[in-house]
Design a protein around this ligand. Structure first.
Ligand code: FES
Ligand code: FES
Length: 164
């Protein structure tokens, strides 16, 4: 009988050390959704094209459909659930306020791509926002409402005296 060996890994997922048993060919997207129960990374193309499965790996966006679960042993994974410390982030608030999404399928990936951008560039230009979300396909909105919301969140941060 051909049994596939499982590997024990420990990753910090949304701030919690999480022990998992994974097969060598398990992808992070499936493990997050089925073993960990984190559903915000969405199953889209499953080949790295759409960005709906985006998560942060040690603070950088990756497509979790292209990452093997064994590769994240000892690393930190953050999904949308993990960036909401004291309620929604400013970007999330603004995306909602401006009704930037329609179906919302792309939303978790776009929120994380924006979060990565704002971490390093708190006051981005429109082009920098477009570049940051360029790997996240949205079938509904034409992107402009999303770009405007991210810029508005950066502006609000400036007027409230936040940012660096
Ligand atoms: Fe991963 Fe599309 S599902 S990039
Ligand atoms: Fe529907 Fe982006 S809002 S895919």
């Amino acid at each position: 009988m051909n049994t596939i060996a499982r590997h024990q890994i420990v990753a910090t997922i949304n701030g919690e050390a999480t022990s998992l048993e994974v097969r060598p060919n398990d992808v992070l997207l499936d493990v997050l959704r089925t073993q960990v129960g984190v559903k915000s990374p969405k199953i889209g193309c499953e080949r790295g094209d759409c960005g709906s499965c985006t998560v942060l790996l040690d603070g950088r966006t990756v497509r979790s459909c292209l990452v093997l679960a064994v590769e994240v042993d000892g690393h930190e994974i953050t999904t949308v659930e993990g960036i909401e410390h004291d309620g929604l982030t400013a970007v999330q608030e603004m995306l909602i306020q401006q009704s930037s999404f329609q179906c919302g399928f792309c939303a978790p990936g776009i929120v994380l791509s924006a979060a990565e951008l704002m971490e390093h560039t708190p006051h981005p230009s429109a082009d920098e926002v477009r570049e940051a979300i360029s790997g996240n396909l949205c079938r509904c909105t034409g992107y402009e409402p999303i770009v405007e919301a991210v810029l508005a969140a950066a502006d609000a941060d400036t007027t409230s005296g936040g940012g660096s």
